[in-house]
Structures are given as C-alpha cells and as structure tokens.
Unconditional design. Structure first.
Length: 295
C-alpha cells in the first residue's frame, strides 16, 4: 500500500543556473543558483552512467547484460538520417524510438558532480531515472508518466517525495527534476522540431564514447517550439519583452542516426548519450509522501 502523508516544502520558486551551463540560458533556464542536495543517501533505486545496464526498481538490483553497442565510423555505416531542417530531428527521434532505451550523463561543470541515468522511451517522451552523488550526498529523481519521485535526504524526510512531473512550485526537487527532464532525448527532439529554423554542419566528426559523431547546429525559434522549450521561452519573455527567441542546439550524431551528445555551442556543459537499446528498469517507489508547497 502506498503511504502518502503530506510533506511540506517551504521556500520560493527557483530555477537553477546550472541549466544554463548544460544547454544555454536562453533555451532552458533562468539564473538563480540551485539549492544544495539533501544529506542522506537515496533509499531505493539505482542508475548508472552510460557504460552498462540500469536498474531503478525498488530493490536496486542490476538487470540485463553489458552494452553490446559497436563503435561506428562514417566508413562502416551509411548515414541513418537526413540533414535538412525538415528531416533531421524527426529522423533522430525515429532512431531513439527504435532503440527504445538509452543512458545519459549530464555534465554540469568542473565543480559539480554529474547526473547519470537512463531512460525508457514512451512515445514523444521517456520515463527517466537519474542520480547525482557528491560525497555522502545523493539525489535521485524518477520521472514516470506524469509523475515525479524525488529522494533528497532530509528534504524529502529521508524517503521519497512525489509530485506532478514538471511541478514548478517546488523550489528543491523541481530544480533537479528540470535538470533530468532536459536529458529526455525523445522529448527534446519532439518539442524542438516545430521551431527548427535551420540545420548546419558544425565541424569535423569527433570520437564520443567510442563512436564517430558529426556535430550539427540546429537553430530553433523557441516561440514556435512546444513543451518545456516553449515554456522556458514564455517564462523568459515575461521578464523581458526584448527576449530573443532564437536558440542553438548542437547535436553530435553517429552514422546510425543516434545522438551521442547534445549541448549549447557556447556553454561548457552538455549531455552525453549511450547504451541505446540496453535493458532499463524504472519503477515507482513502494512508498512516498506528497510534496506540498507554501510561500
């Protein structure tokens, strides 16, 4: 039986500046800094970096076998995608949907530990699990359907908190939830496509995770995008009527049409992807409390 007494979090709404370091301030974030993680380790679940299988069941037990992905170069595999503004993101989205699962690492800068996690594609978004470790501190976020589950030590009473996915009012778990949300490759590709203005090659292929990947700069009119990208634009527009809706995402794509890295070309952070098609388990925790918010 699920136990759901109220958990009250008091504070003001914050959006972490670390988002700007991942995909650029214009596309995904306002400026205030993120709160510190809770001090207690996560009670349940596990997500590893993109080197193997991933488990997010309440038991935390591993599942499946190590990654069988094969390194690819442009000479081994014909291009699995088209590079026009009309076709690039839909082709990349089709490749992600075909793989069904992926792992990721969100790099937040030299002084901040990364988020590592995995996702299971469900239509135009994914169920996602991710963890951040810093010494004894641990934050785990699970996004499942329309629900968000957060384990953040004392901030969630030593257990799990629950709220709606994308819940904007919670200044603590909401910050980390937004960080994890931007790693959802299926959602990013679907949300960005309506606003795509242009696609241009951005340099020579690079080796990413053992795969040759060619960078492409995709200019997006955020006012025409959907989902979290459009929401970010509207939030920024409300604070500045002169806000420029044009933003650039850089995608590194291997010849099989899979995105190996995503970043803002002017930022130092980014998201690296791998383990496409490997087994991923993501389950809701057996018990949790409702996260409530008061001013």
């Amino acid at each position: 039986m699920r136990v759901r007494p109220p958990l009250v979090i008091v504070g003001v709404g914050l959006v972490t500046g670390a988002l700007a370091g991942v995909l650029g301030a214009q596309a995904f974030a306002d400026d205030p800094a993120a709160p510190a993680p809770g001090a207690a380790p996560s009670a349940q679940g596990r997500a590893t970096s993109p080197t193997g299988t991933h488990s997010a069941s309440p038991s935390g037990s591993p599942s499946g076998s190590p990654s069988a992905e094969r390194s690819a170069t442009s000479d081994e595999t014909p291009p699995g995608f088209r590079t026009t503004a009309q076709h690039l993101l839909p082709d990349l989205a089709a490749a992600v949907a075909s793989a069904g699962t992926f792992a990721f690492t969100i790099e937040l800068g030299d002084e901040t530990p990364p988020f590592t996690g995995a996702a299971r594609v469900a239509g135009t978004r994914s169920d996602v699990v991710a963890e951040m470790h810093e010494g004894p501190n641990n934050v785990e976020i699970r996004l499942i359907g329309d629900d968000m589950y957060a384990s953040m030590g004392a901030l969630t009473g030593g257990g799990w908190g629950h709220g709606p996915r994308g819940f904007p009012a919670d200044p603590f778990s909401g910050v980390y939830s937004q960080l994890v949300e931007i790693a959802d490759l299926a959602a990013v590709l679907a949300d960005a496509q309506p606003g795509v203005v242009s696609v241009d090659p951005a340099g020579d292929p690079e080796s990413i995770g053992g795969f040759s990947a060619t960078p492409y700069d995709v200019v997006i009119d955020m006012s025409r995008a959907t989902g979290s990208i459009r929401t970010s634009y509207e939030q920024n527009l409300s604070s500045s009527s002169e806000y420029d809706p044009m933003s650039t995402m850089r995608f590194w794509v291997s010849p099989d049409g899979l995105v190996r890295r995503l970043s803002d070309p002017d930022s130092g952070g980014g998201i690296t992807y791998g383990d496409f098609g490997e087994p991923v388990e993501i389950e809701a925790p057996a018990t949790f409390t409702e996260i409530e918010y008061t001013h």
